[in-house]
Each structure stands twice: as C-alpha cells, then as structure tokens.
Design a protein around this ligand. Structure first.
Ligand code: G3H
Ligand code: ZN
Length: 306
C-alpha cells in the first residue's frame, strides 16, 4: 500500500531503522524491489530518476504500472522522484502523480539553493507533495558526469536552510559518494559531522545519498564473471548502517544492485553460452537484484520486520 512520506519517516526515526530508496527502471527491477520488501516485511521507497525517464519508451505508462504494483503490495511503499535539478522536472513529476520529489540545488550557491527550494516547496506543498532537498556535495557520478567536489554539509547552514526553504527532508554530504571513487579501501564516513547535523536538527529526517558500498567482494564477483569494473569504493556497509542512530531515515542505494544484476547476467551466459533466450539470464539477474535489496534491508537498513 502507498504510504505518506511523513508517516514513514516518523516511524523510521522513532524505531531507529532506515528505509531504502531503490531506483527502478523496468518491470523486472520494480518487481524485484517489491518482492524483496514483501519477503522482508519491510517498508520501501520505489524511486524513479531522470535516467529512468530517458530509458523508458513511455514513462507515463511505466508510472501507471508502478502505481498498480504499489496498490497490490502488502507492505508500506513510498514512490519518490530522485534528483531533479530544475523546477520544471519536479513540476512534471508532481503533475504525473508522484507524491515525493527531490529537488537537488546542491550545485547552486547557498542563498540560491534556499530560494529555488523554497519556490518548489511552495508549489509542491500546495499539492500535498513531499520535498527532499540537498545541501553540500558528494563526489562521484551524476547523470554520467563525474564531479570530484566533496563538500560536507555545514550544521549551521543546514538549520538555516530547512527553516528558510521549507523542505521536508534534507540529503546531507558526510563522506559518501555517488557511485564510488577509486580507492583500495572503503571511504571514511564523517560521523562527527553527522552527529553535529543531527544535534542541530533533532527529529528532522536526514537522507543519505550514495549509500551503496561497492564492497570489494561485489567488484571481485563481477570481474570474475568477465567484467572489467575499476575498484571504485564507497562508505562501508557497517558505517552506512550506523547512520540510523543519527537521524538518517532514508538511504539511496543503487549501484550494488546493478552490480549484482550484471554479475548474474555474465555468470549465466558464461555457464550457458549456447542460450540466447533472454529469460535464461534475466531471471537470475532479477533474483540477484532482489537478494541484494533483501540483504540491504536486513543487514544495513535494519528495516526488516518493521
Ligand atoms: O540518488 C541516487 C543514489 O544516491 C545512488 O547511490 O550511487 O550509492 O548507488 P549509489
Ligand atoms: Zn543521489
């Protein structure tokens, strides 16, 4: 069933678990996430992105499909639009019936980010839509463009930002990266900074982007199956999991699911090189995606049985 963002995040904060936000782009990834949530009896956030909009032949039709799937789902599900860097992209998402949007003004100057977020929040709130904003910047890939900028969120600025912009949730930069950065080790997560932000904004829902960990064994597995993926690393699963003690109630995590999916495709084709029916390799790929989501819910987000 569809759940309201306010209700979901309040429950997360009270019960010290985090809800995973997983980007889906076709029927298989959508049903993999929903099946994982039902198997774990976990709330979940189905996310769609500008990338999914580009990938879909007919995005409106895909959204209708998502709504139908959510209706039949036994666990609480929120639907959210991930990173929109313009008012127009958010307006479209709202017009298409998406109940929560993320306006990402993190690349703007502080005052301008407040101004643009406030403008969007006014429009969204009048239509009952939840607004996530972002302050600080994460290194990594955003829509296939790499940025090395790593600017932690300032606690004082964060307090002023939510007060003046009217946003409902805030994505913070505390050491994670979008899609990882080249490193031999997991990236350190700045718990001091996260604790200061949480102290400045008690009870306010914080969001962690770049929550996939790219642990070495996942990269080893995809490479053993024939890929040549560089050792991009991110904050460890243990550190991401600790964030639930600091007001983080939503974690965006995708690339680990993508890696598990691709590993299954490559392994299946390697074992059965004579098979060309896509169902032969897409079924294990969908199962691998689902199992990766289940693992995150149970061992990282701690949202199972919630
Ligand atoms: O908004 C998307 C997420 O922040 C993706 O996180 O790069 O760790 O999968 P990820
Ligand atoms: Zn993100």
């Amino acid at each position: 069933m569809l759940v309201q963002a306010r209700e979901l995040f309040h429950h997360s904060l009270e019960n010290k678990y985090m809800t995973g936000a997983f980007n889906v782009f076709n029927f298989d990834t959508l049903t993999a996430v929903v099946a994982a949530a039902e198997a774990e009896r976990s709330p979940v956030i189905i996310q769609v992105s500008m990338g999914a909009r580009k990938y879909a032949e007919d995005f409106r039709l895909f959204l209708e499909c998502i709504h139908k799937v959510i209706e039949t789902c036994a666990v609480p599900v929120l639907l959210q639009h991930d990173h929109c860097s313009t008012f127009e992209a958010c307006r479209e998402a709202i017009e298409w019936g998406i109940p929560a949007v993320m306006f990402d003004g993190s690349h703007l100057r502080f005052e301008e980010n407040i101004e643009r977020t406030r403008e969007l929040a006014g429009y969204a709130h009048a239509r009952g839509v939840w607004v996530e904003a972002e302050l600080g910047s994460l290194p990594g890939f955003e829509d296939e463009v790499f940025s090395a900028e790593n600017k932690y969120t300032e606690p004082d600025q964060a307090a002023r930002f939510i007060e003046e912009s009217g946003c409902d949730a805030l994505a913070v930069a505390v050491g994670t990266s979008h899609g990882g950065v080249l490193s031999d080790e997991s990236l350190p997560l700045a718990f001091d900074r996260l604790a200061e932000i949480h102290a400045a904004l008690p009870d306010f829902p914080l969001v962690l982007h770049g929550g996939a960990s790219l642990e070495k064994d996942l990269i080893d597995a995809v490479n053993a199956a024939g890929a040549r993926v560089p050792y991009l690393r991110n904050a460890s699963e243990a550190d991401v999991s600790e964030c639930r003690r600091y007001g983080v109630c939503k974690v965006n995590m995708d690339v680990d699911n993508f890696m598990a999916y691709t590993t299954a495709v490559l392994e299946t084709l390697r074992e059965k090189p004579d098979k060309y029916d896509p169902r032969v390799y897409l079924r294990p790929a969908r199962d691998a995606f689902k199992n990766q989501v289940r693992h995150k819910m149970r061992n990282v987000l701690r949202s199972s049985d919630k």
